[in-house]
Write a protein that binds this ligand. Structure first.
Ligand code: ATP
Ligand code: MG
Length: 363
């Protein structure tokens, strides 16, 4: 059998710097765990624009469609601010998401014990936190028609439409239940069924998918406003939260702040199952290209390394190896290693991107 395939798109800014450390982790798995990947690398974003005049070539798009998983660094930077909208670096990423039809966005909020004091909340509320928010990514109020600013009598009206079909709800619900089975086996679905028709349908379809195909998973429903409150009050009550595009946007950013730094947060965007039964998938750190620190060797590689851990778990069925990698991250943090973004008042000496990579490999 051939090795699982992985396309690496390091991108711009700190993307290539953090991705270099991930490459070393991938090589480590080949050498030490006999877990080999067919890795190919290509350009995306500003880097692709510089070479090809487009942020994503058709060839790269075709490769992304063919591999088992795509791992992306970051795109964009001030150098490209004045480009025409059609060739902006971000358009490369948007094209990937759209053409791969990645409708399920997984945003974990995981708080390593060593960083619990870095959170905006009390230590006991966040220490050991490990939840995932599944956000529907391709429909809902950001895309529904009609939309626009229209004339109505002698004033204007701004309109967006929240719109969900049964099949759109069905497929994202399934991805949340599948995910829950690989984790704590618990899903909380959030909407506003008390005031929104789409919320009523959402609740009904999620319940139906559950009853028919995932009765073994524990399911609860919550209004999204109450959910936001519970997320801040006692986030450890959740395992997987599934919600729509708008609520997911808000809730996942709020959840991110439970954990401290942007430099720690991985994400995955999943689509429909491929021939091998696994979903189409793109993994990327939540952070951007961080132009303010690019090229200085001080970016935190952990978000990107944890994105690869997600790939191990969700695309390559290597949950134990993913845990091995997460444990290594946990250990170096417990040992006190900190990149500059993880240092608050205490005045610890920061380590470089490479030193953090070295320590994780050693662990
Ligand atoms: P984008 O628009 O691409 O999302 P952004 O403007 O929201 O980008 P980021 O590029 O994510 O922002 O950077 C926000 C801040 O966080 C910057 O000050 C950056 O230096 C810091 N930052 C982001 N990622 C990291 C990282 N991996 N390590 C250290 N600092 C980081
Ligand atoms: Mg941003």
């Amino acid at each position: 059998m051939s090795n699982p395939s992985l396309l690496i798109l390091a991108g711009d800014g700190i993307g290539p710097e953090v991705m270099t450390e991930v490459r070393r982790v991938i090589d480590w798995y080949g050498d030490k765990r006999d877990l080999k990947f067919d890795v190919s690398e290509d350009l995306v974003g500003g880097a692709a624009y510089d070479k090809h005049g487009t942020p994503l070539t058709d060839e790269t798009m075709a490769k992304a469609q063919a591999v088992d998983a795509v791992l992306l660094g970051a795109v964009g930077g001030p150098k490209y601010d004045n480009l025409d909208f059609s060739v902006k670096p971000e358009r490369g990423l948007l094209r990937l998401r759209k053409e791969m039809d990645l409708f399920s966005n997984l945003r974990p909020a995981q708080c390593f014990d060593a960083l619990a004091d870095f959170s905006s909340l009390k230590r006991d509320v966040v220490a050991g936190l490990d939840i995932v928010i599944v956000r529907e990514l391709t429909s809902g109020i950001y895309f529904g028609e009609p939309r626009g600013i229209f004339k109505e009598g002698n004033e204007r009206v701004g309109i967006n439409t929240q719109r969900y079909t049964e099949s759109e709800i069905d497929r994202v619900a399934r991805s949340a239940f599948e995910l829950a089975r690989k984790r704590g086996n618990k899903v909380c679905s959030m909407e506003k069924a008390n005031v929104m028709e789409s919320g009523i349908l959402w609740r009904e379809v999620v319940q139906k998918v559950h009853d028919e195909d995932y009765p073994d998973v524990e399911l609860s429903h919550m209004y999204a406003d109450a959910g936001a409150m519970q997320l801040c009050r006692w986030p450890k009550q959740f395992d997987v939260i599934v919600t729509d595009n708008l609520f997911g946007d808000l809730l996942s950013d709020a959840a991110a702040m439970l954990t401290g730094s942007l430099g720690m947060l991985p994400s995955a965007s999943l689509g429909a199952p491929m021939a091998n039964g696994r979903p189409k998938a793109l993994y990327e750190p939540v952070h951007g290209s961080a132009p303010d620190i690019a090229g200085q060797g001080k970016a935190n590689p952990i978000a990107c390394i944890l994105s690869f851990a997600m790939a191990l778990r969700y695309s390559f069925d290597q949950g134990d190896e993913a845990t091995r990698l997460e444990n290594a991250v946990e250990k170096v943090l417990a040992d006190g290693l900190r990149t500059a973004d993880l240092i608050g008042e205490e005045g610890v000496q920061p380590v470089s991107t490479r030193e953090m990579g070295d320590a994780i490999l050693a662990a």
